[in-house]
Design a protein around this ligand. Structure first.
Ligand code: HEC
Ligand code: HEC
Ligand code: HEC
Ligand code: HEC
Length: 274
């Protein structure tokens, strides 16, 4: 080959190498390494998110179950010695844990609950975290408004962190004031017979809850008023129970009579009909 041919061949080789390098580095080639593109993973959106397994989410997000709170605050307060007001229920135990671990992996969480990532996470669009940014995004009507939240608290947290609606139950006052009068039990005399069709949802362990609630009313009260983040209570579905009064009280008018479909464990036809 002449000198000229060598130069042309060399330039061609360089071009091939450069093209290969550009193609390799392009985001489309290996999107699983590009955080911006992963944020648009189909798993972050409906419908895929509703079918997602925890393992699929944890493949990218294992930090949510691995991270632990600091042992001490920057000011020196020892986490092990701090107990917040919502950590006073008798069911609370163990060292301080992260929010996700408290709901998914701690012993009490595993005893009474069966939460999954998509129990709370129903999808989030990085473009649509502000209201009115697209025709389909949140903020187009009041119901869709979940500004900058990746989870809708009214349809998740409120279920287990609302107030106890003691007036609806015709109790004389808040549970903490009158628990002793009821033998410190939600079951004896009351929920053994009233609203007995309960917790038939995939994210709760219904039998374990009854067993634990029999030993300690703070099990029931914990989720039904004992650690409230809200001034309201959740409008629970009102399932029929044996000996249910025929007349629906005013506060229950318009309540659903079945749990949300995506969580139901009992086919509608098999739940008790009065
Ligand atoms: C392919 C990897 C991948 C998978 C699978 C994945 N994610 Fe993500 N997720 C990401 C990345 C990357 C981000 C953006 C992180 C950032 O920019 O801070 C993100 C962001 C998030 C955020 C925060 C959004 C925000 O705007 O701050 C939540 C919540 C989330 N993911 C939940 C989930 C859930 C629940 C699942 C399973 C249904 C899931 N992810 C599956 C990679 C993934
Ligand atoms: C009890 C409800 C609940 C469950 C169950 C849950 N999350 Fe979250 N998650 C939240 C809330 C609330 C936030 C904070 C959202 C916000 O800031 O708007 C959050 C935040 C996140 C974030 C953002 C980064 C962070 O750590 O704050 C990721 C990622 C995430 N969750 C992934 C997961 C994965 C993966 C699972 C399943 C293993 C899971 N979540 C289960 C409620 C839940
Ligand atoms: C299915 C019931 C349930 C749902 C839904 C739920 N929680 Fe909880 N939450 C609990 C229980 C039970 C505890 C107490 C666990 C314990 O004592 O070990 C708890 C504890 C907490 C704590 C205290 C954690 C700690 O370590 O002290 C916070 C904060 C919290 N929840 C916030 C939320 C938020 C925010 C949501 C909605 C995204 C939510 N929870 C949804 C049942 C639930
Ligand atoms: C881990 C949290 C948790 C604990 C513990 C718990 N509950 Fe619930 N309870 C819930 C949730 C969530 C629902 C709504 C389920 C649904 O949508 O069907 C509910 C629903 C109910 C309802 C409505 C019944 C109906 O018609 O559907 C009653 C009554 C009730 N609980 C009583 C109790 C009693 C009594 C105990 C103690 C033995 C108890 N709960 C313990 C979370 C809890």
């Amino acid at each position: 080959m002449s000198k000229q041919e060598w130069i042309i061949a060399g330039v061609l080789c360089l071009m091939v190498a450069a093209t290969a390098w550009i193609v390799r580095a392009a985001p489309g080639d290996d999107w699983q390494r590009d955080p911006i593109r992963m944020a648009y993973s189909p798993l972050h959106f409906k419908p895929a998110i509703l079918q997602a397994t925890d393992a699929e989410c944890l493949a990218c997000h294992r930090e949510v179950l691995e991270d632990k709170p600091r042992a001490a605050s920057p000011a020196g307060l020892q986490a092990a010695e701090a107990r917040a007001w919502y950590q006073q229920a008798s069911t609370y135990s163990g060292e301080q844990e992260s929010f996700h671990r408290r709901h998914l992996v701690t012993p009490y969480a595993q005893q009474v609950m069966n939460l999954k990532c998509n129990t709370c996470h129903e999808g989030h669009d990085p473009r649509d975290e502000a209201q009115g940014t697209s025709a389909t995004g949140p903020g187009q009507d009041d119901r869709g408004f979940v500004l900058r939240k990746q989870v809708n608290p009214e349809t998740s947290c409120l279920k287990c962190h609302g107030q106890m609606p003691w007036k609806n139950m015709a109790l004389p006052g808040p549970w903490t004031d009158f628990a002793q009068d009821f033998g410190n039990s939600c079951l004896d005399n009351c929920h053994e017979k009233i609203r007995t069709t309960r917790h038939q949802v995939s994210y709760l362990k219904a039998e374990a809850i009854e067993a634990a609630g029999r030993r300690d009313s703070e099990v029931c009260y914990g989720c039904h008023g004992g650690r409230p983040w809200y001034r309201t209570s959740y409008p629970y579905p009102r399932h029929a129970w044996p000996d249910m009064p025929r007349k629906t009280p005013d506060w229950a008018a318009g309540r659903p009579t079945e749990s949300e479909e995506r969580f139901r464990t009992t086919p509608a036809a098999r739940t008790f009909k009065p």
